[in-house]
Design a protein around this ligand. Structure first.
Ligand code: HEM
Length: 129
C-alpha cells in the first residue's frame, strides 16, 4: 500500500515535486517510517513514534488544496488494493487525519476543512488519478 501510493504521488504534477524536494536523498528512511505509520494506524501495533503535525507545518510550500489533492491520489490506490468495505474504512481514517492536518496547518478558530477532505467516490482510472 505505501509503495503503491508513493509510486503514484511521486507522479502527481504538484505534490510529486514537493515530496521530491523535501525527501531528496531521504526516501530510504521515509518509506519504512510510513509503513510503520500505517501499521500503527490500521493495526494499532505502536510501530510509529513520530509527530506528523510538525512534519507538515515545516513545509512552507503547502497550500490549502494540497490535502484534497493528496486524498484524490490516496482513495483510488486504496480502492484498487483492498476489498470495498476495508477500503472505505481506510479512506475514512485517512480523511480524518487529513482534516486534522489541514486544521493544524490552515485552520483558524471555527474553520471547517474543505469539502474535498470528506468522503466522496472516486474511480480508479487505470493510471494514478
Ligand atoms: C498536503 C498533502 C501532503 C504532503 C505534500 C505531504 C508531504 C510530506 C512530506 C514531504 C513528508 C516528509 C517530511 C520530512 O521528513 O521532512 C511527510 C511526512 C509524513 N506525512 Fe505527509 N504529506 C501530506 C499529507 C499527509 C497525510 C494526509 C498524512 C496521513 C494520512 C500524512 C502522513 C505523514 C506522516 C506520518 C509523515 C512522517 C512524519 C514524521 O514522523 O517525520 N501526510 N509528508
Amino acid at each position: 500500500m505505501v509503495h503503491t501510493f508513493y509510486g503514484c504521488i511521486r507522479q502527481h504534477p504538484r505534490l510529486g515535486g514537493i515530496f521530491e524536494r523535501r525527501l531528496a536523498g531521504r526516501w530510504e528512511e521515509h518509506l519504512p517510517k510510513m509503513e510503520a505509520f500505517w501499521q500503527s494506524v490500521l493495526m494499532k501495533n505502536g510501530a510509529y513514534k513520530g509527530k506528523p503535525v510538525p512534519a507538515h507545518l515545516k513545509q512552507k510550500e503547502l497550500v490549502s488544496t494540497d490535502y484534497g489533492e493528496w486524498l484524490s491520489v490516496f482513495r483510488p490506490v486504496i480502492r484498487e488494493l483492498f476489498v470495498p468495505d476495508l477500503a472505505d474504512e481506510i479512506v475514512a481514517i485517512a480523511e480524518r487525519i487529513a482534516q486534522s492536518l489541514w486544521l493544524a496547518t490552515f485552520g483558524t478558530p471555527g474553520a471547517n476543512p474543505p469539502a474535498e477532505l470528506t468522503s466522496q467516490s472516486s474511480e480508479w482510472s487505470g493510471s494514478c488519478w
